[in-house]
Design a protein around this ligand. Structure first.
Ligand code: ZN
Length: 501
């Protein structure tokens, strides 16, 4: 068989995917077991791999192969492997060639320095230490957006990088409507008497917590023969190939939910990647189709399954057997209520499922104001505190628990990251509703600890496709319509009526 342009392209981009996989391995090690002393060399090595991958991808020969391969696949159905491959590879290539290699390096060096400053600034509660760096980040973020001009809003190209097809114009009305629905719901729930949750704060040996969580994610469908769990500071899932997809977690002896829900969450990301069709291995299609869809998978197992009463009817006797002294006399309903207390608070990563989105919306709105030039970096802490007062009804006592709390703005560009969290929450409920309509037995199965039908449904409808379908097309295919607020609001209202009954 003569070697086609498609085959040549395939071989070249396989190397790009492998270079990225090696870079991820270095990152995983950096965040788990690397001794502190390794930081300098490791940052340089990761930057080198990024540069190599970028250079291979943006080689003009790839552009020519893409043109030829496009002609070869033009008669194939658009959702065929080959046609999808060429379409997605073309998009990645065109995005990559617009950004000069020198910019990528300078940006990486700047964010590495900013991250180091933030590590010290946060515990010192000292925003002024990162302020000039953040000003530079904002400038570089605008510069990056300009590489993709024209655009309607400077955040649009940054959003497109992780949530392809979404723009400020599509997100703003959706998020405004969500905010208008959530603020009164949070006020109403927070005003009620909170269930007792003191038993969540007893000492729980960490090793036993993680072992319990690992056993549950194995039952969900996370494949330990192609993955593993390790401890870290900021949990994440990461893939070196389809057959080696790792998750990380963290926990606290004095707060039981942390390790449980971090692990459930990351297992959802991990199962998405482990579930990609084997044919996609080593190709640009071997990834989740968007940050929002990825997050829908983690939120599904963390919240819709992991914080449901049905799940705990199955899992709780096992947890009680693990921690008989702490939980032996606590009934399952009390335990479940304690896991689902709604209370406006300062820290996003510790927020309950309902207020969580408000934390995200605050950041999203501030990012847009910064990018539009309506908000100056020096005024950011005040703007942050004002929004927390207005949206969540809480006073921010210091910048460490305010504007300095999240790593995002201090480790990457400003814009394009936060929307995915809320899109994921919306989609998790929307997908789950369809799954339950298709399989009315699902909820009863979860109560028996049987997750196979749910797992298979996600594998079949979402995981295996990788990036073959663009996010909006995937949502339409699965749900018969576009992204919608209604399933999520229905889910929250019916669940929290029960929690606070
Ligand atoms: Zn996540």
């Amino acid at each position: 068989m003569p070697e086609t342009a498609f085959h040549k392209l395939y071989a070249r981009l396989f190397e790009v995917v492998d270079l990225n996989g090696v870079g991820f391995l270095l990152k995983w090690d950096q965040a788990t077991y690397m001794p502190k002393g390794g930081a300098g060399a490791r940052a340089r090595q990761i930057a080198l791999l990024k540069t190599l991958a970028h250079a291979r991808l943006t080689d003009p020969a790839v552009g020519k192969l893409l043109d030829e391969a496009a002609r070869e696949v033009q008669t194939l159905p658009p959702e065929s492997f080959e046609a999808s491959y060429v379409r997605v590879a073309r998009r990645d290539f065109e995005r990559a060639v617009r950004v000069p290699a020198g910019f990528t390096r300078a940006f990486f060096e700047h964010t590495a320095a900013t991250y180091q400053a933030w590590i010290e600034a946060r515990p010192a509660n000292d925003f002024t230490r990162v302020e000039p760096l953040l000003e530079k980040t904002l400038e570089l973020s605008r510069t990056k957006a300009d590489f993709y001009a024209p655009y309607a809003h400077p955040a649009d190209p940054l959003i497109a990088e992780s949530d392809y097809g979404m723009t400020v114009a599509t997100l703003r009305p959706l998020f405004t409507e969500l905010r208008e629905a959530l603020v009164p719901l949070v006020r109403e729930l927070a005003a009620r008497e909170a269930p007792d949750d003191s038993f969540l704060r007893y000492p729980y040996p960490l090793e036993a917590q993680v072992a319990f969580a690992a056993a549950r994610v194995g039952e969900f469908g996370y494949d330990f023969s192609r993955g593993r769990i390790d401890p870290t500071h900021h949990p994440f899932a990461i893939e070196f190939s389809i057959d080696d997809v790792r998750i990380t977690t963290r926990g606290r002896e004095d707060y039981l939910p942390e390790a449980l829900f971090c692990t459930f969450h990351e297992s959802g990301h991990g199962m998405y990647h482990q579930g990609l069709d084997a044919q996609l291995a080593g190709t640009p299609l071997a990834d989740g189709t968007s940050a929002g869809v990825h997050e829908s998978q983690s939120r599904l197992w963390e919240n819709l399954v992991g914080r449901s009463l049905g799940f705990w009817r199955y899992a709780y006797p096992r947890l009680q057997a693990t921690f008989p002294d702490q939980l032996g006399s606590v009934p399952v309903e009390s335990f479940w209520r304690a896991l689902n207390i709604v209370k406006p608070s300062l820290i996003r990563t510790r927020a309950d499922e309902v207020t969580y989105n408000l934390h995200v919306l605050v950041r999203f709105e501030l990012e847009l104001e910064l990018l539009e030039g309506r908000l100056a970096v020096r005024d950011l802490p005040d703007a942050w505190n004002a929004k927390y007062r207005d949206v969540l009804g809480v006073e921010v006592p210091n910048d460490a628990d305010g504007v300095l709390q999240d790593v995002h703005w201090f480790s990457r560009e400003i814009g394009g990251a936060f929307q995915g969290y809320t899109l994921g929450n919306l989609l998790s409920a929307q997908f789950f509703e369809v799954a339950c309509e298709t399989h009315p037995e699902l909820l009863a199965q979860i109560e028996r600890g049987e997750f196979h039908t749910l797992f298979r449904w996600f594998r079949e409808n979402i995981h295996r496709h990788g990036r073959i379908y663009d996010p909006a097309d995937l949502v339409h295919r699965v749900c018969g319509k576009g992204i919608s607020l209604e399933p999520y609001l229905r889910y929250l209202k019916s669940k929290y009526q029960q929690v606070y009954a």
